[in-house]
Every structure is written in structure tokens, then in C-alpha cells.
Design a protein around this ligand. Structure first.
Ligand code: OAD
Length: 341
């Protein structure tokens, strides 16, 4: 898809040009990338922590013990309703990859992408054409689902029904009353075993790109710190994140990911190829009419807030107990990340 409003940037920032030169000169052939929610906001899915527009601020009407509780396995085990109330509005089925996702596919196509760690569960990297053996979905994905309690598989067509209705799906095994959960990694759950293996390869990177993440959640947040001193780390993000910018060789391209990758593509002379690859990926992405229409995220939240208010009246004591319990634990949760138990 060519963007009629964009034009080739003839005034390229010297930091961006130096990264482009490194790639063009063959000095960066083992590029490691870490992505987060900010790479997909351009596709129409809000990130988590941006003030006002981010999911966590928008969950305020639900009065959760803390916003991340919606993705905590302990909370989900007894209150799965909030997760399903917003599932349809956040489901990636009809989202198109952005030009930033296409940039990652282009790095792979040119044989320069060593590995991509993504914290996202939307699968847009694969939709853009990044080969699946080059990606680790550190926080899982929506492709399959199991009972959180007994781990029994749950059929895809019933899961789709649940996402469309917003009703919690329950395990079909007799005697089990567990809620079904897509195979995304919640706080309190372990990351895929492959994470530890791939993490060991980060020091071998000769360039790292970090796109669209606040670097607030471990263990992904520690990956940029594993890159060897002197190896360039390039942050493309709306704001500074982690310690990127503090080391010699670091480059921060502040702004949207899409603007950042376009500037890089211009500096590399790859712009036309990138736009073409992106257009093809967008055209190739299928479309599910049934999941197309539906209430907006804020409508889903409002509806559930009204339902939860009624329920909380009955179980105020339980809510207080829960808040105390989770409140004490919360300080540790983000520091340890999803793998914390
Ligand atoms: P966050 O919401 O914490 O951070 C997103 C970052 O992207 C912020 O720094 C934004 O400023 C930036 N951003 C937003 N839109 C952007 C755009 N168009 N271009 C460039 N930057 C943009 O999301 P993550 O860091 O991905 O985990 O969050 C990590 C984990 O926390 C998630 O995987 C999720 C969440 O809780 C679980 O639920 C287990």
C-alpha cells in the first residue's frame, strides 16, 4: 500500500543514516528485534500503558484491584469475565499488519533478521511475512486455547462464539468447571521454554531494534541489556524506554514506529520495496465478516462495569480480601513479569 501523504525524506537524521550505513556495509547481519504493543497501535489496537488511550487507563470503570489483574492468572481463575468482555474488541483477526511489521519481514527477506522477540499476541508479524521460525511469541498468541485448570483443549469454533458473545467459555470435560483461556501468557504463568534458549543468543547480535515497548515488563525488558557494549541498540518508540540512549552507539528515534521505519527505509534505499511488501501483506490478510462488527472497547468496558457493580455489592468482603492480597503482591509482579509465580 503506498501512502500518498508520505514523501521520501531527503533530510535524513545522521544517527539514522549511520545505522543504515552499518546495515548497507554488511556490519549488521545478525539483527535482533524486540517489539511491543506500540508497533500495533497503527493497526488499530490500543497499547497498554499510554495515558488515556492505553488499555489500562480505559479499564478504570471496572475498578479492578490493579489494571494488569485482567491478565493475571490468579484473578482470571475466579473472575474471567473482564478478559472476555474485551476479547472481541481486542481480537486481532481482522487487523492488517503495519508498515513497521513489514519492515521486520523485509529484514528477514534480506537474511538480516537473526531473531524477533515479540510481546504481542496479535500475530501481525507473521501476517506481514516474518517466517515463524524467526519469531518467539514471548506472551503467546490467540491461535489455540485450553482450560486454565485441567489444560483440556477447547474447540476453535466454540472459542470464536465466546469471543463474539463476550461470554466466558467453560471447560467441556465432565467434572471440570475451569474457564477456557487462549494460549496467551498471563502474569503468573511461565514464558515458552524457548525464551531462555533464544535469550542466550542476544549477546551475539550485531544490532538490536526495539520497537513500540515501554520496557516495563520482565523478562523481555531485560533483553536490550544483554546486547554487548558497543553494539548499537536502536529504539523506535514514542518515548524513551529502559536505558536505551545511555550507552555509546544507542540511537533513539522518537515518534511513531511507522514514521521511524519509513525514515530508516529511506536511508537504506529500501522504501519502494518496503511499501510493496506491505501492500502485498495487507492484501493477503483474510477477513472475517462475523467478527467485523461489534461493540467498541469502551462500550464493552461500560457494559461490564455496570454488571460488576451489581456483583460487587454482594461480594464486597471478597473484593477487599482480594485487593489486600493482590495489592501486596503487585509490586513484585511487574518486576518479575509473566514468569513470576
Ligand atoms: P506498553 O503499553 O507498556 O508500551 C507501549 C509503548 O509503545 C509505549 O512506550 C508507547 O509510548 C509506545 N507507543 C504507542 N504507540 C506507538 C506508536 N504508534 N509508535 C511508537 N511507539 C508507540 O506495551 P508493552 O511494552 O508491549 O503483557 O507491554 C508489555 C506487556 O505488558 C504486554 O505484553 C502485556 C502488558 O501487560 C501481558 O499482558 C502479560
Amino acid at each position: 500500500m503506498t501512502n500518498p501523504t508520505s514523501s521520501i525524506d531527503t533530510n535524513i537524521n545522521p544517527d539514522i543514516q549511520s545505522i543504515a550505513n552499518r546495515i548497507k556495509n554488511g556490519e549488521a547481519t545478525r539483527i535482533v528485534v524486540l517489539t511491543g504493543a506500540g508497533i500495533s497501535t497503527g493497526a488499530g489496537i490500543p497499547d497498554f500503558r499510554s495515558p488515556i488511550t492505553g488499555l489500562y487507563d480505559r479499564l478504570a470503570p471496572l475498578g479492578l484491584p490493579y489494571p494488569e489483574a485482567i491478565f493475571h492468572i490468579n484473578y482470571f481463575s475466579h473472575t474471567p469475565e473482564p478478559f472476555y468482555a474485551i476479547a472481541r474488541a481486542r481480537h486481532p483477526r481482522n487487523l492488517k499488519p503495519t508498515i513497521s511489521h513489514a519492515f521486520l519481514a523485509l529484514l528477514a527477506k534480506k537474511g538480516l533478521l537473526h531473531f524477533l522477540f515479540t510481546q504481542n499476541i496479535d500475530g501481525l508479524e507473521q501476517d506481514a511475512g516474518v517466517p515463524s521460525d524467526k519469531v518467539l511469541w514471548a506472551h503467546g498468541n490467540w491461535k489455540s486455547q485450553h482450560c486454565y485448570k485441567c489444560s483440556a483443549h477447547y474447540p476453535d469454533h466454540l472459542m470464536k462464539k465466546a469471543i463474539m458473545s463476550g461470554d466466558v467459555p467453560y471447560c467441556l470435560q465432565s467434572g471440570c468447571d475451569g474457564a477456557v483461556k487462549p494460549d496467551v501468557v498471563f502474569f503468573g504463568q511461565s514464558l515458552p521454554a524457548e525464551f531462555e534458549e533464544k535469550e542466550k543468543e542476544v549477546p551475539d547480535a550485531d544490532l538490536m531494534f526495539v520497537l513500540g515497548t515501554s520496557l516495563k515488563v520482565a523478562p523481555c525488558s531485560r533483553l536490550p541489556g544483554l546486547v554487548k557494549g558497543g553494539t548499537p541498540r536502536v529504539l523506535i518508540n514514542m518515548e524513551k524506554a529502559g536505558d536505551i540512549g545511555n550507552r555509546g552507539g544507542d540511537v533513539c528515534i522518537l515518534g511513531t514506529c511507522d514514521e521511524g521505519v519509513r525514515k530508516l527505509a529511506d536511508a537504506l534505499g529500501w522504501r519502494d520495496e518496503l511499501e510493496g511488501l506491505w501492500a502485498d501483506a495487507v492484501a493477503a490478510k483474510g477477513h472475517d465478516e462475523e467478527l467485523e462488527s461489534g461493540p467498541s472497547l469502551d462500550e464493552c468496558i461500560e457494559k461490564l462495569a455496570a454488571q460488576m457493580k451489581d456483583r460487587m455489592k454482594v461480594s464486597d468482603g471478597h473484593k477487599r480480601m482480594l485487593e489486600n492480597h493482590l495489592g501486596n503482591k503487585f509490586a513484585n509482579i511487574l518486576a518479575k513479569g509473566p514468569a513470576s509465580k
